[in-house]
Ligand binder design. Structure first.
Ligand code: 5GP
Ligand code: ZN
Length: 115
């Protein structure tokens, strides 16, 4: 854990969050400022800055994270109506928190392309 990192502290339970799923590898919790009726963040417990820093050793972890996007979508009841998975990466990608996170957005029709 990176002690200064907001999402490491959320994963560790040092900062409160509305968790919807957690296991030994990942945590899913509700976004504090939802951009859709359903907005959940999935993060690895391992501190990885972004997709741009992924290593070969992270392959299984990222597969686990992606698979649980589907499982959380089913658990929360929006797997059938549809959802969007987003991994903002770096400055131009709009990333504001430096711990890799997958946005799971649902509950309304989402426009494309993003701004
Ligand atoms: P990014 O802009 O890096 O792709 O996404 C960061 C997300 O984290 C934003 O949607 C923002 O609302 C969310 N966020 C920032 N701080 C907190 C927090 O303290 N708790 C929770 N639950 N979400 C946060
Ligand atoms: Zn972190």
């Amino acid at each position: 854990m990176s002690e200064a990192c907001l999402f490491c502290n959320i994963a560790a339970g040092n900062i409160p969050s509305q968790k919807v799923y957690s296991d030994e590898h990942i945590v899913a919790f509700r976004d504090i400022s939802p951009a859709a009726p359903q907005h959940i963040l999935l993060i690895p417990r391992k501190h990885i800055l972004s997709v741009a820093q992924l290593e070969d050793e992270d392959q299984a972890l990222m597969g686990h994270l992606m698979l649980h996007a589907r499982k959380v979508a089913e658990q929360e009841g929006f797997a059938e109506s549809g959802f969007r998975c987003v991994l903002n990466t770096g400055d131009d990608g709009g990333q504001t928190v430096g711990h890799l996170h997958l946005h799971l957005l649902a509950g309304r029709g989402l426009s494309w392309p993003p701004g």
